[in-house]
Write a protein that binds this ligand. Structure first.
Ligand SMILES: [Mn+2]
Length: 426
C-alpha cells in the first residue's frame, strides 16, 4: 500500500535480537524504563486487550513501527503537528517521543501556529509536554539538515506550514500516524492511518499496550503522558460519548496510569474573554436551516483561532441542530497573513465531515483540498492570498468579509438545501 519497498526487508528481521537497548548508551535526561516487556502481543497472546476485530492489525502495525525504530537508532527526528495542535496530537507526539527514546532516537515536537485553546495551553504547562513553537521564521534560522527524518502525527501534512519546507530540505518522511481520512498519497516508510479510530491517542495507547513502551506509574513522565493521552482521547471523542470499543479499551488501559487530578486541572482552564466574544458573535450571526447551524464570526486574531471550533462545539448543542459550521478570517498582525478558517461539528452519524467539506469547498488550483475531517469533526482553511491585509481601510475590510461570508454560505447551503436556491438573505 503506502509502505516503501524497504519495509519488506525490515519486516523479515528477527524480532528477538536487539530488544533491549544498551543501557550505557541511553541518555539519562529523561526517565525511561530500560527493560521492556518482550513484545508478547506480537505473537497474539493478549488478544483480549485490544478487541479481536483489529487485534491482528494492531499487532502488525506495532511490529512494523518497532522495526522502523530499530532501523533508525540514534537518529534525530522532527515530529510535525498541525499548525494549531489539539490534545490528541500533542499527547500522541509525546508518546512517540517517549517510545523513540528507547532507541536513542531524539525527537523534537514542533508546530508552526499557536496553542490557542485554553485547555491546550493548560495541558502543555501542567504536564510539561515538550512541544515547541517553530514558525517559518524559526525554521529558517535552524539547521534542519541534522534531522534524519520527520514524522506526522494526527495529521497528514496538509495542515502544517512546516511540511513543504522540510520536504524541500530533502528530509525523508519516516512515519505517518493519524486517524483523519486519507488526505493525499504520501510516501512514508511507516504508515498507520485508521480513519475509523476516533483518536490518534487510541492508536498510540494500543502501541503502548502491545509492548512498544511499558508504562510505569512510578515514572513521572509516564503518568503525565498517560494523562495527556487520556485528555486527547476524551477530547476527540466528545468526552467519550462518541468513543467506540477500541477507544474505551484504550481509556481503560490508561486509567491504570493517568493522574485524575491533573486531568481535572487541565479541564478547569477558563475561556478568555475574547473567546467568549467570538462565541457570542457566532450565536448572533447563526442561521439555522435543515438542522445545520452556520455562523460567520468576522475577523479574529491568530491567537484566538481556537475560538472557532469552540463556537462550533457550542452551536451544535442547540435543539434540532445536528451540524454546526463556524468560520472567520484569522489574521496575523506581524506578517499580514490572512486565512479563512472554519470548523464543522456534527452529531449526525451519517454525515461524513471529510466528504462534506471536500464537497462544499473543493480544491485549489494545485488540486489540494481546502479541508477535511474525521468522525464528527472537520475543518477548512482558505488562504486570502492577494486580498490579505489592507484592513486599516475599514470599508475594504468590511467588503472583504462580506464577500467571503457570502461565498462560504453559498457553498455550504448548496449542500444543506440541495433543491433550494442556495443564496439565502440574512
Ligand atoms: Mn485527532
Amino acid at each position: 500500500m503506502h509502505f516503501n519497498s524497504s519495509l519488506t526487508q525490515i519486516e523479515s528481521l528477527p524480532l528477538t535480537s536487539d530488544l533491549t537497548p544498551d543501557e550505557a548508551e541511553i541518555e539519562d535526561s529523561v526517565e525511561v524504563p530500560l527493560t521492556r516487556q518482550p513484545m508478547t502481543a506480537l505473537t497474539g497472546e493478549s488478544a483480549n486487550s485490544v478487541g479481536q476485530r483489529n487485534h491482528s492489525l494492531v499487532n502488525q502495525k506495532t511490529e512494523e513501527l518497532y522495526n522502523t525504530f530499530l532501523a533508525h537508532r540514534q537518529e534525530r527526528q522532527l515530529i510535525i503537528l498541525q499548525d494549531f495542535p489539539d490534545p490528541d496530537a500533542l499527547s500522541s507526539a509525546w508518546a512517540y517521543q517517549l517510545i523513540a527514546q528507547q532507541y536513542e532516537i531524539k525527537c523534537d515536537i514542533v508546530y508552526a501556529g499557536a496553542l490557542s485553546h485554553q485547555e491546550n495551553i493548560a495541558l502543555v504547562k501542567l504536564t510539561g509536554l515538550p512541544a515547541q513553537r517553530w514558525t517559518l521564521q524559526t525554521l529558517k534560522s535552524k539547521d534542519i539538515s541534522s534531522y534524519h527524518g520527520f514524522v506526522l502525527i494526527d495529521n497528514q501534512g496538509t495542515t502544517s506550514q512546516l511540511v513543504p519546507v522540510v520536504q524541500q530540505a530533502g528530509i525523508p518522511l519516516v512515519a505517518v500516524i493519524d486517524h483523519h481520512s486519507l488526505q493525499s498519497d504520501l510516501k512514508s516508510e511507516f504508515f498507520d492511518v485508521r480513519p475509523y479510530v476516533r483518536a490518534t491517542a487510541t492508536i498510540f495507547t494500543q502501541y503502548l499496550q502491545a509492548g512498544l513502551l511499558t508504562l510505569d506509574s512510578s515514572i513521572n513522565h509516564h503518568v503525565k503522558c498517560a494523562t495527556a493521552l487520556m485528555h486527547g482521547l476524551r477530547s476527540d471523542t466528545n468526552r467519550l460519548m462518541q468513543a467506540q470499543e477500541e477507544d474505551f479499551m484504550a481509556a481503560a488501559y490508561l486509567s491504570r496510569f493517568y493522574d485524575a487530578q491533573l486531568l481535572n486541572a487541565v479541564l478547569q482552564a477558563n475561556r478568555s474573554k475574547r473567546v467568549m466574544d467570538v462565541i457570542e458573535r457566532s450565536l448572533k450571526n447563526r442561521i439555522v436551516q435543515n438542522n445545520f447551524s452556520i455562523a460567520g464570526v468576522g475577523y479574529l486574531r491568530y491567537d484566538d483561532r481556537d475560538a472557532i471550533p469552540q463556537a462550533a462545539d457550542f452551536l451544535v448543542t442547540e435543539e434540532n441542530v445536528h451540524t454546526a459550521v463556524v468560520y472567520g478570517i484569522v489574521h496575523d498582525e506581524d506578517e499580514e497573513l490572512e486565512v479563512v478558517i472554519g470548523s464543522l461539528r456534527t452529531t449526525k452519524l451519517t454525515l461524513d465531515p471529510d466528504e462534506f467539506i471536500k464537497e462544499a469547498f473543493g480544491q485549489d488550483s494545485s488540486g489540494r483540498f481546502f479541508g477535511g475531517g474525521r468522525t464528527s469533526a472537520g475543518g477548512f482553511e482558505i488562504p486570502m492570498g492577494f486580498l490579505s491585509g489592507g484592513n486599516e481601510n475599514s470599508g475594504y475590510a468590511k467588503m472583504k468579509w462580506e464577500v467571503f461570508d457570502a461565498q462560504i454560505k453559498q457553498k455550504l447551503l448548496r449542500l444543506v438545501n440541495p433543491k433550494d436556491n442556495p443564496i439565502q438573505p440574512e
